[in-house]
Write a new protein. Structure first.
Length: 329
């Protein structure tokens, strides 16, 4: 069995090769079928019109050979890159903020220590590309600069696009448009969305919300890494990429669908918790196992399990939660 997956990540000691093989041999059939459909849809073009058909295709997964291109198109990153030729390279050649460079350097070795492509010994070592993308982004978006968590996101983008400039523009799409205020110094967008999830759980899985309240467990404690890292290092790689397919097309609502599905599917297990540490432990465990490994069936569940979830509802909740956070100072 291969200790390293196709993205360069080392598999953990307790990795269940047998059930993964069983899943992947089934999933491969799906991937082959999807690849043929995507090739027909793209017909070698660099554009896609948003439509119900495209949305359906994206929800069923973008084949890895088309993933970088489709992310670029649907997120608007492609358009921005074409409208700003040479901009990325100018950022790298311009004057630099020493404090920003220091902060980025500190996180280099902490980024994916379990990925062989990010090791100093790798050739090419992706740390160089990662450093460039983060430096360019920090100078492009001075309001954000650099914030922990961005290294993992940029690292994933580099693994998929194998291209610094494309990774830069995709990072811009995520941080600038899809998840505004997630990575700003006050992280208000991120804190707001954690509270929004709490409100959604009250509506959709009230027993779990009640348990959290009874034991005084703040949502920040159990889900902040889900949101900061967009499920990187939380869920298996294939599953994260499938989530990101939808995130680039449908926006931040997807993160709530994933979180609600994890909680709803594991409701009985979470409710067995009898104290504070127990609850935290249960939340760590629900991100492992066959539910999340079987990315195809998991992605079907995120669109059925939580029921209807309109952007209007989310925006309304965001308003109230943001006001509450601001009043607390």
């Amino acid at each position: 069995f291969c200790r390293v997956d196709s993205y360069g990540f080392e598999r953990p000691e307790d990795f269940d090769y047998a059930s993964y093989e069983a899943f992947f041999s089934r999933y491969l059939v799906v991937l082959t079928r999807r690849a043929i459909k995507w090739s027909k849809l793209l017909k070698g073009k660099n554009s896609i019109q948003k439509s119900l058909k495209v949305k359906r295709y994206i929800r069923k997964g973008i084949p890895s050979e088309h993933r970088a291109l489709v992310w670029m198109i649907v997120s608007g990153a492609q358009t921005n890159m074409e409208q700003n030729p040479g901009y990325y390279h100018r950022l790298l050649e311009g004057e630099k903020n020493a404090k920003l460079l220091e902060a980025i350097k500190t996180d280099m070795n902490r980024t994916f220590p379990d990925n062989v492509k990010f090791r100093k010994t790798a050739d090419p070592c992706l740390q160089h590309s990662l450093y460039n993308v983060l430096v360019a982004y920090g100078h492009h978006n001075k309001a954000v600069g650099y914030c922990q968590g961005m290294n993992f996101i940029a690292g994933y983008l580099i693994l998929i696009t194998k291209n610094e400039e494309e990774s830069f523009w995709l990072l811009d799409a995520l941080i600038g448009r899809i998840l505004p205020d997630y990575y700003s110094p006050a992280m208000l967008g991120l804190k707001t969305d954690q509270e929004v999830l709490g409100e959604l759980v009250k509506m959709k899985v009230p027993a779990v919300a009640e348990l959290m309240e009874r034991h005084g467990v703040m949502w920040t404690l159990v889900v902040s890494r889900w949101f900061i890292c967009l499920f990187i290092d939380i869920l298996p790689v294939e599953t994260v990429l499938r989530i990101w397919d939808c995130l680039f097309y449908e926006g931040s609502k997807i993160l709530f669908r994933v979180a609600l599905t994890l909680i709803k599917q594991n409701q009985a297990f979470i409710l067995e918790a009898t104290n504070f540490p127990d609850i935290c432990d249960k939340f760590k465990q629900i991100t492992k196992g066959t539910l999340v490994t079987e990315c195809h069936s998991f992605m079907q569940k995120i669109f059925t399990d939580p029921g209807s979830l309109s952007m209007a509802t989310i925006n309304k909740l965001r308003e109230t939660c943001r006001e509450k956070l601001l009043s607390q100072g």
